[in-house]
Design a protein. Structure first.
Length: 218
């Protein structure tokens, strides 16, 4: 019979079918001093929004793919199952957005995971915790700028899945109580963290080798 902890993680990660969210950023973002000719520019309007999401999903999908392909030392079967489920979700997000963007999609990004020790449980799970909470904050931070109601519904579907990932990773790192409490990411009003694209992209930048600009995301 499954343990209470194992069952909770499986229930936490249940999600049927592919879904995707979109975000609308309402401000011009910095290009971090990179020449536009050498960078993958996100574009403007809804295309820029979709590419913003696509860039983040590419990062997460690449990370979890490497984690699952080469599990950290001492990884349990339950941990591998949880990380594999999250990988599958992120790959679905990435592929949905790529298809939706068509010829407007930015190129495949080259990631930089040189600071992550993939053989270390602590390094892998701490990085996963960082990526998942950044993803939730990114969707929350752009939600109020979405132009189309249908996009808001789609974004809600994605951010809820990302939040399930946060809880699953927090449970692996700290136990069930930490997962339930929000791990310090919930404010005094009971609301989760929200970050604008201008604050999210610099946090993701160290893990992405391909220069990314967002000069026209309006």
């Amino acid at each position: 019979m499954p343990t209470r902890s194992g069952m909770s993680r499986r229930n936490l990660l249940q999600w049927g079918g592919a879904a995707a969210g979109v975000m609308v950023a309402g401000a011009v973002l910095p290009n971090f001093g990179i020449s536009a000719a050498l960078a993958a520019d996100l574009g403007e309007g809804d295309v820029g929004v979709l590419n913003y999401a696509y860039a983040l999903e590419q990062l997460e999908a690449a990370f979890y793919t490497q984690v699952v392909d080469s599990p950290f030392s001492g990884a349990t079967q339950n941990e591998i199952d949880v990380l594999s489920a999250i990988r599958d979700h992120e790959v679905e997000h990435r592929e949905f957005l790529k298809k939706a963007l068509g010829h407007n999609a930015i190129p495949d990004l080259e990631v930089n995971f040189s600071k992550i020790h993939f053989g270390s449980r602590k390094s892998v799970l701490t990085t996963a915790d960082t990526f998942e909470n950044l993803g939730v904050a990114a969707y929350n931070g752009a939600g109020h700028l979405i132009r189309k109601v249908d996009y808001l519904a789609a974004a809600g579907g994605i951010v809820s899945v990302e939040a399930r990932h946060c809880a699953a990773i927090a449970e692996l790192l700290h136990g069930e109580s930490a997962a339930a409490a929000g791990g310090g990411h919930v404010n005094a009003k009971g609301l989760d963290m929200a970050l604008s694209p201008a604050r999210v992209l610099p946090k993701a930048k160290p893990f992405i080798k391909t220069p990314v600009t967002a000069m026209s995301l309006t």
